[in-house]
Ligand binder design. Structure first.
Ligand SMILES: Cc1cc2nc3c(=O)[nH]c(=O)nc-3n(C[C@H](O)[C@H](O)[C@H](O)COP(=O)(O)OP(=O)(O)OC[C@H]3O[C@@H](n4cnc5c(N)ncnc54)[C@H](O)[C@@H]3O)c2cc1C
Length: 515
């Protein structure tokens, strides 16, 4: 495959944004926008996908990184939602992205004085597992539980339920959708903020997109607003009087080092509805999440020391506190859940996902789960069928770039085994393409940090094939350095240095300001 030069592809994307006449402009390149763009481009529509920051830089890299049915929805009586999510989990882990979505057992410990009775949990897990078409639904004793989760707290433990779900890499799942959109002919650009919406005779005809200080006029027949927590801000670009369609809730996570070999993730009941998780993730452990109403600017969300304290305290319900010292925290992050406002405009909520139509015809889509992004994308296109002149929509799952032929993907034997496995997990069958970035420069096969499996070639690849513009894009969303607590000054400098060697990098600013 020819290597796209970042300068060329960014330059080309910028040119196309101004020159093409698009069927569909998607505002926001989180998992929802990227999924919509990929599905729309695959049915032959001319699609533009723009993100103000980085693809996946909002909520879609700040989740609990689970592809799950959602045990708590069962508790809330939403069987249909759980069934649909399980269907999606199966599709994602077998066809769409098996390198990024991995099944894992979940252990749910029940302690004396806890919010659930074992018999109640057993029947709930039985229903959950039936909906999941999984046979994993039994109560296990302390010894087996300890085998699965070595630091499990045993005092007061009555029994443990076991069920199955999956974990993922949310940011890379999002990127894979952006790439699928680009491969299907979409024009995609990050660092591209919609700052105005244009209409003719009351109907939306496009947008003004700001790229590196320059405004580009983009023409599109239809606009979808998939700006996540910023959804109402984008709505108000068209109609400054638009009310509030969603409310936001902050969720934080911390990452600590996993102790021992974890054979399962852990679900920790906190009250009758709320559970928190401890999820093994590339050798680390993700703990979370919190839930606090958020009324400030969505850009300002971040994990605070109080969040970290709360998460560690809640994890200590079921884990050895020795694992949970604040000193052991490798990383902390926070994102914003989008929930239906439940009042105001004519909101037709498909459960958690809020669809609204703006006066000029823009379809606003917000909320829902990472797990069901494919469903949200398909429903969005279904709602736009008449506007876009679409006929039948094929709802069958298809493999994202990197997903097919995993069994035949072989990497050089001289790579360290942990690096080999890591590259296969992150890139699937594109891992060889990542290594090709190191051709002629063996220093790119070196680790970015001695304690982690990410290597220099990934940085170069992130810039040439994955739209990374900054060290932060690489460290947080293309590699796992941030989560491992390895993103120190030296690593940032090394990443910056490698980005600086990519041909044409830095030329975008010149190009834009020179036009
Ligand atoms: C704490 C937490 C944990 C979660 N855990 C899970 C989980 O384990 N499993 C699961 O299935 N779901 C989970 N979710 C839900 C899931 O993460 C979200 O539903 C999903 O990521 C939302 O994606 P999105 O594309 O709508 O929004 P986002 O990812 O936030 O994307 C919106 C994008 O729009 C861009 N944007 C904003 N304004 C503009 C503009 N003017 N112009 C251009 N671009 C713009 C932003 O830069 C951003 O990238 C969790 C959510 C939270 C908050």
């Amino acid at each position: 495959m020819g290597e796209p030069d970042l300068r060329v592809s960014r330059e080309r994307a910028l040119g196309e944004l101004g020159d093409r006449r698009f069927d569909l402009l998607v505002v926001g390149g989180g998992i929802v926008g990227a999924g919509i763009a990929a599905h729309a481009a695959r049915v032959g529509l001319a699609v533009a996908l723009v993100d103000a920051g980085d693809f996946g830089g909002g909520t879609s890299s700040a989740s609990s990184k689970l592809v799950h049915g959602g045990l708590r929805y069962l508790r809330l009586g939403d069987v249909g939602l759980v069934r649909e999510a399980h269907h999606e989990r199966r599709a994602l882990s077998t066809i769409v992205a098996p390198h990024l979505v991995h099944r894992i057992p979940f252990l749910l410990p029940l302690y004396q004085g806890g919010p659930y009775r074992p018999a109640f949990v057993q029947s709930g897990i039985l229903l959950y597992s039936t909906l999941a078409r999984s046979r994993l639904n039994w109560l296990v004793g302390a010894a087996r539980a300890r085998e699965l989760v070595p630091p499990l707290r045993l005092e007061g433990l009555r029994s443990c339920a076991l069920y199955a779900d999956a974990w993922t890499n949310d940011a890379r799942l999002c990127l894979a959708n952006v790439r699928a959109a680009a491969e299907a002919g979409a024009t995609v650009l990050n660092g591209a903020e919609v700052v105005g919406l244009r209409s003719t005779g009351g109907s939306l005809t496009g947008a003004d997109v700001r790229v590196d200080g320059l405004d580009v006029e983009v023409h599109a027949r239809v606009c979808v607003n998939a700006a996540g927590p910023w959804v109402d801000q984008v709505r108000r670009l068209e109609d400054p009087t638009a009310g509030t369609s969603v409310r936001l809730s902050k969720g934080a996570h911390v990452v600590v080092e996993a102790e021992g070999e974890w054979g399962a993730a852990l679900t920790v009941p906190q009250d009758e509805v709320r559970v928190t998780f401890a999820v093994p993730w590339y050798g680390m452990l993700l703990l979370g999440t919190t839930e606090t109403p958020w009324e400030e600017d969505a850009d300002r969300v971040q994990a605070t020391p109080e969040d970290v304290e709360q998460i560690l305290a809640e994890a200590a319900v079921a884990l050895d506190p020795a694992l949970l010292s604040p000193d052991g925290v490798r990383a902390a992050y926070a994102g914003l859940r989008v929930l239906p406002a439940g009042e105001g405009e004519s909101v037709s909520a498909r459960r958690e996902t809020v669809f609204t139509r703006s006066p000029g015809g823009m379809l606003n889509v917000a909320g829902g789960k990472l797990t069901t992004y494919r469903r949200i994308a398909l429903e969005t296109l279904d709602r736009l069928r008449a506007d876009l002149g679409l006929h039948r929509l094929d709802t069958r799952p298809w493999p994202l770039p990197g997903a097919a032929g995993l069994d035949e993907t072989v990497l050089p034997r001289d790579l360290d085994p942990d690096v080999r496995v890591h590259l296969l997990h992150l890139y699937g069958n594109l891992a060889g393409e990542v290594l090709a970035s190191a051709d002629g420069d063996s220093s790119l096969l070196e680790r970015l940090h001695p304690s982690g499996p990410d290597i220099g070639a990934q940085v170069r690849y992130a810039a040439t094939h994955e739209w990374a513009r900054t060290a932060d894009d690489v460290v947080r969303r293309r590699t796992t350095c941030f989560y491992r607590g390895l993103a120190d000054r030296a690593l940032h400098d090394r990443v910056d240095e490698l980005l600086g060697t990519v041909p044409g990098r830095g030329g975008v600013d010149r190009l834009v300001s020179g036009t």
